[in-house]
Design a protein around this ligand. Structure first.
Ligand SMILES: NC(=O)c1ccc[n+]([C@@H]2O[C@H](COP(=O)([O-])OP(=O)(O)OC[C@H]3O[C@@H](n4cnc5c(N)ncnc54)[C@H](OP(=O)(O)O)[C@@H]3O)[C@@H](O)[C@H]2O)c1
Length: 350
């Protein structure tokens, strides 16, 4: 049996950090060897520092690990980072400088021209940007990012139809779960029986990151996909799962059958390579008139599939539909894990 690669989690006590621990518990290639968080948690046993919010028990070996200070000293060569953007902007380069591969969830470096923003099913070729990073040239370290949680679920649904029909215009309105705001996140008194029509910087991130992921690698940079897009982002009292209502116009005419066929037949590199976290079907289509719903459908494909439904003609653009995805799995830790699995297969960790 091959020895597992040691990995570290930066921001290990947060919502995404906990999800990493859960998803890595039985991972065939990686094992958690190092955990770090803020000074509030450093030097404590993880089990004491964390307020464990996952529905599976905290693995005992992880509970007993000591939380390290958030610096590269003693850290492994593969780091899953789940830090707020302001902190990530400063800390992630320190790890890359020290020779670590940083697989990041934060927005800090997503739009940097040399940093890939990747969904392995959609734009695996963008990983080539790594070779232009100064960190890579000097120490072997690098930074790879996954997108904002709403953008990932959306782009998974858009990629198959963009490839076939070309998107001309896109309107999306989100209903985003509270776990997307981290822990403890939005105060319960603000969100219970309520909808908050504002999530700081979220609309801007969705609009630009969607176009980077669907963009084209030209030489040493990504040319953003050319289409008009507007996003409205709302926080709703749902625990996990971002639901999005989408209206779309295509450059080429598409029928409902062709759109559904593009979604359900969509397979890509992670499925071909049988990566451990690759869902068999990245995009599902549910024909029931009132689905997808977060309560019933958020875990489909082990939380790694986007579920579309309610495809129907749109009075304003061509078509409209609903898409649901798991924000802390496909939208965060699972996304980073799939990126790392692809990086391993492509030889970036040797
Ligand atoms: N939640 C989602 O659905 C989601 C989805 C996609 C992307 N993201 C992104 O992922 C990142 C983490 O999100 P989250 O939801 O997990 O946030 P969170 O629950 O607030 O967790 C933040 C983590 O960062 C640590 N931290 C805070 N200040 C630090 C410092 N100065 N130095 C080192 N570590 C520090 C915290 O440690 P302590 O416990 O010690 O304070 C905690 O482990 C954010 O950039 C977020 O935008 C989140």
């Amino acid at each position: 049996m091959q020895k597992k690669l040691p990995v570290g989690i930066l921001g290990a006590t947060g919502m995404v950090g906990q999800r990493f621990i859960q998803l890595l518990e039985h991972h065939p290639w990686f094992e958690v060897a190092w955990l770090a968080a803020s000074d509030r948690s450093a030097e404590k046993p993880y089990g004491e520092a964390v307020k464990w919010r996952m529905r599976t028990p905290l693995p005992r070996n992880v509970a007993e690990m000591k939380v390290s200070p958030a610096g590269p000293k003693g850290a492994p060569k593969i780091i899953f980072a789940a830090l707020d953007a302001d902190i990530a902007r400063e800390l992630e380069p320190q790890f890359a400088d020290a020779g670590s591969a940083v697989v990041s969830n934060s927005s800090a470096w997503r739009m940097h021209p040399n940093v890939p923003l990747v969904i392995p099913e959609v734009n695996p070729d963008h990983l080539a940007l790594i070779d232009d990073q100064t960190w890579r040239k000097q120490s072997g370290g690098f930074i790879v990012t996954n997108a904002n949680c709403s953008a990932i679920g959306l782009v998974l649904a858009l990629a198959p139809v963009h490839q076939k029909f070309g998107i001309e215009k896109l309107f999306v309105s989100t209903m985003q779960a509270v776990s997307g705001a981290g822990y403890p996140g939005v105060p319960s008194i603000d969100i219970l029986s309520n909808v908050i029509p504002f999530i700081k910087n979220e609309e801007e991130k969705m609009e630009i990151e969607t176009r980077k992921m669907l963009g084209t690698l030209k030489g040493h940079e990504v040319e953003l996909a050319h289409f008009g897009m507007t996003a409205h982002c709302n926080r709703v009292p749902v625990e996990d799962g971002h639901t999005e209502s989408v209206s779309i116009a295509f450059k080429k005419k598409a029928t409902a059958e062709q759109i559904v066929e593009a979604w359900t037949s969509f397979r890509s590199l992670p499925q071909e390579l049988k990566l451990p976290h690759a869902p068999a079907e990245p995009v599902l289509y549910d024909t029931r008139h009132d689905r997808p719903q977060p309560r019933f459908d958020v875990d489909r494909g082990n939380g790694m599939s986007s579920t579309c439904g309610r495809l129907r003609p749109c009075g304003l653009l061509d078509w409209k539909f609903t898409v649901l995805s798991h924000n802390t799995i496909r939208g965060a830790a699972g996304a980073a894990l799939l990126n790392a699995e692809l990086l391993k297969v492509k030889g970036y960790f040797s």
